[in-house]
Design a protein around this ligand. Structure first.
Ligand code: FAD
Length: 453
């Protein structure tokens, strides 16, 4: 049986709150899917798809055989925080699942979620305290997924780990970027509590570079790990950019997340009753759409300069590659108009603030496999999209905390990243090392680098 069980709460119900839109499926609901995870010889999901190298066929089989304890043991061998990836990962494993050669992939991510939530419910997840400490200390700057993963790995190896975080609470973009409707924040608190009980210390509300210098940390700790992310948002330098009402996506999302957890009492940016235009067709833009719908926006439109991807896997990304394909998120289905192949020409003023955006179509030329290569603007057919709020979701372009670099006497590369590695004394991990990417990739990078200690 190929039919996937329904994982989403009904749209009309879920837009009334900020709780997770996805349910945890039961073992029974997953069974038909897991039985499709046949013995494929070479499990590309494990070796090619999953950056953490999760033992996917093995834990799927354990669930199918009703041995959830074994499934949890197998999952926890390669992944410290499956409760995060099972909620927010795009599931690179599913893109390279053998069943995806000519049909739907097995729902691996849902199985991972069921295993980890079963493990928590049965109290199998315990703090991992090392048998002995090795006398070495580590300071980690930044508590996003890469910083947390590095902290957990090194603590298990016997290092005494302190994590410094600029924000009020640990979690990085897991907490302040990704909306609660994808990842409720008590899931992060549950993990931080375990980490503290296993011996990791967190010092929050502390901006390294300002409140405490990075050179001080380097002198006083045996190892320093930079896990500072790539907070520098990409801007759009077109006329009218300085008008009121134009915001970076992350500032918008962060405001809602802080209100949800009580850190703020009022939304800094409120879309209630407004026409919202999101520029940028990716996941951050989709998160803005879901947030704006929940805030009661009058309309939500998301525009993208790239052409609409194909409904089926494009020839430019043959299996087992991550498919270039049209992705429709739960937020898109909640009331968001999507428009493709549009270039933004200028922001238009109305009553002293933004009132609309002039856009024009772009004509793409593609490779013979269907990969978009070049575009030309069609300036004769420009049009105006009405907007009271514009959210820029155009990606990120490097690190922000440059004081740290001067204090450590190191430099970023031309992409404003830190592919930095100095005899394990100062090491950069996650997005700040490799560029804005995914939670699972940030964690896998931290895993690989801290495995060298
Ligand atoms: C809105 C949004 C939604 C996303 N959704 C998804 C998703 O659904 N799935 C997915 O896989 N990926 C998603 N991503 C990408 C993912 O969140 C990142 O790739 C990942 O969080 C990177 O982890 P990191 O640890 O490298 O950095 P971050 O998560 O950015 O953490 C960096 C941390 O360093 C701290 N820091 C920075 N400078 C200092 C300093 N000077 N002193 C102290 N602390 C400092 C920051 O406050 C922050 O807490 C999303 C990104 C955004 C922006």
């Amino acid at each position: 049986m190929n039919k996937k069980p329904e994982v989403y709460r009904p749209a009309n119900e879920r837009v009334q709150d900020f709780n997770e839109v996805e349910k945890v499926l039961t073992q029974n609901e997953l069974l038909a899917q897991l039985q499709r995870c046949h013995n494929c010889g070479i499990p590309f999901c494990h070796g090619y798809g999953c950056p953490l190298g999760n033992l996917i066929p093995e834990f799927n089989l354990a669930v199918a055989n009703n041995d959830l304890r074994l499934a949890w043991n197998l999952l926890s061998e390669s992944s410290f925080f499956p409760e995060f990836t099972s909620r927010v990962c795009p599931a690179l494993c599913e893109g390279s699942c053998c069943c995806n050669i000519d049909g739907d992939a097995v729902t691996i991510r849902q199985c991972e979620k069921m295993i980890i939530e079963t493990a928590f419910a049965n109290n199998w997840v315990k703090p991992v305290v090392p048998n002995e400490r090795n006398g070495k200390t580590v300071a980690i700057i930044g508590s996003g997924p890469s910083g947390l993963y590095a902290a957990e790995n090194l603590n298990r190896k016997g290092y005494t780990v302190t994590v410094f975080e600029a924000n009020h609470r640990p979690g990085g973009l897991l907490r302040y970027g990704i909306p609660d409707f994808k990842l409720e924040k008590h899931i992060i608190d549950r993990r931080i509590d375990l980490m503290e009980r296993s011996g990791v210390s967190f010092i929050c509300d502390t901006v390294v570079g300002k409140d405490i210098s990075a050179s001080y940390l380097k002198r006083h700790y045996d190892h320093l790990i930079l896990a500072i992310g790539t907070a520098q948002a990409r801007d759009l330098a077109v006329p009218g950019r300085d008008l009121q009402g134009i915001y970076f996506a992350l500032d918008y999302l962060q405001g809602q997340n802080k209100v949800n957890c009580g850190e703020l009492s009022k939304l800094p940016i409120d879309a209630h009753g407004k026409d919202v235009l999101i520029i940028g067709g990716g996941d951050t833009g989709s998160d803005c759409a879901g947030t704006a719908v929940r805030q009661g926006a009058k309309s939500v439109t998301q525009i993208e300069i790239m052409p609409q991807p194909p409904e089926q896997r494009s020839l430019s990304t043959p299996w087992p590659q991550w498919p270039y394909i049209l992705r429709t998120s739960s937020s898109h289905k909640e009331g968001c108009q999507r428009l493709w192949s549009l270039s933004t020409l200028r922001f238009i003023e109305k009553n002293g603030a933004v009132g609309g955006v002039e856009v024009c179509p772009v004509n793409w030329s593609c490779s013979k496999e269907g990969k978009p290569l070049r575009f030309e603007q069609d300036l004769h057919n420009s049009k105006i999209i009405k907007a009271d709020i514009v959210l820029l979701a155009l990606g990120f372009c490097g690190i922000k905390a440059t004081e740290i670099l001067s204090q450590l006497n190191i430099d970023h590369n031309e992409r404003k990243l830190l592919p930095y590695y100095n005899q394990l004394q100062v090491v950069a991990v996650g997005d700040c090392a490799n560029g804005a990417s995914l939670v699972v990739k940030a964690m896998a990078d931290a895993q690989q680098k801290t495995n060298l200690y």
